[in-house]
Design a protein around this ligand. Sequence first.
Ligand code: HMG
Length: 387
Amino acid sequence: MIKTGIDAMSFYVPHRYIGLESLAERHGIDPEKFSKGIGQEKIALPGHDEDIVTMAAEAAKPLIDKYGADGIDTVLFATETGIDQSKSAGIYVHRLLGLPANCRNVELKQACYSATPAIQLACGYVARKPDRRVLVIASDVARYELDSSGEPTQGAAAVAMLISADPRLVEIDPVSGCFTEDIMDFWRPNYRRTPLVDGKYSALRYLNALIEAWRDYQANGGLDYSEIARFCYHLPFSRMGEKAHRHLAKAAKTQVNMDQALPGMIYNRQIGNSYAASMYLALISTLDNSDMDLGGKAMGLFSYGSGAVAEFFAGRVVPGYRDHLFTERHRALIDEREQVDYEGYLKLWQAVDPGDGSERILPDEARGRYRLASINEHQRHYIDSAA
Ligand code: HMG
């Protein structure tokens, strides 16, 4: 059987953040509730001229620069914070990156889960057409109401992945365990800018879905728990991943070893929730930050999207994978950021797109080359400032 999986992956995060101690101070909360109780330190904040498109293009650009665009004939864009009810965000990215015109392009949505079916579809496709590659992008801005309990779990990031035959990073195992249940734990009606969420219920359903997906994974002939070297979880906040890891070890009747999951949480603590990108950010964090060479080792991957759909699957890290990581770039993206105070955060949070078609020229703030330069007559104008 042809091996398929992730040939290359990279992420992007905006260059501004608010430290959770500022939120804690503002709300008169003990900062340890955030740093220890939910396990988060910073929330990434997109600038006025950044959104899911600009972050996606920034995440994908290093992959195209290093591995070229030949054979990419499909773009799958996973998001739950789409900018248009009709047009796929991937079409803007396709132009910004100069991808071949003979290409299909579609947006997928199911809360934080949608990048996982994108990858499964892409693996099936490249197994049928091994000379082709699929660009899968997960990009989201996680925004909750001000002063709500979800507020410290905001964030923003994009992850881009090239899916191919004979991948250089992670081979995706065809065995998977899935679970769907119709629940209202977190949702966002079309007329709302922020989601409605039953936070504690959502955490319980996440843990239940993990066990259901794991059981299905086992029933389908998946790896034994002991065969998995590292675990990556969907991370709305890092404590959720710790709880999930404990819960899974208990279900598998084994001692928990937190070192198997902690490397995946390093980037998330500094970025916050990135919805569809989150579990893939955990995968990059694990590959970038594990002291041990993971070549040949199995990674357990748990993807969850409220509403709810969950999937447990596994990938095997390809020996020599370290030559294909963007670790230095990723670390610099996180380290070289600017802290904003509460007032700066409010300004970014409150910025809304004009709803009447009037022109808005956006300030040149993004650190990357791709910017949302203006919105006019209900059209978004993206530019490549390096072109
Ligand atoms: P909350 O009510 O503010 O927090 O909401 P809490 O009172 O439950 O406290 C949180 C933890 O901090 C607790 O620990 C406290 O004990 C501890 P736990 O009981 O969980 O072990 N704590 C402290 N620790 C140290 N020092 C202190 C202190 N004080 C308290 N001084 C909640 C927390 C996560 C519910 C909220 O932030 C929220 O609603 N977030 C959004 C929803 C969410 O992230 N749900 C996760 C599962 S659903 C999911 O992952 C899908 C999602 O990504 C969306 C999608 O799929 O699209 C969200």
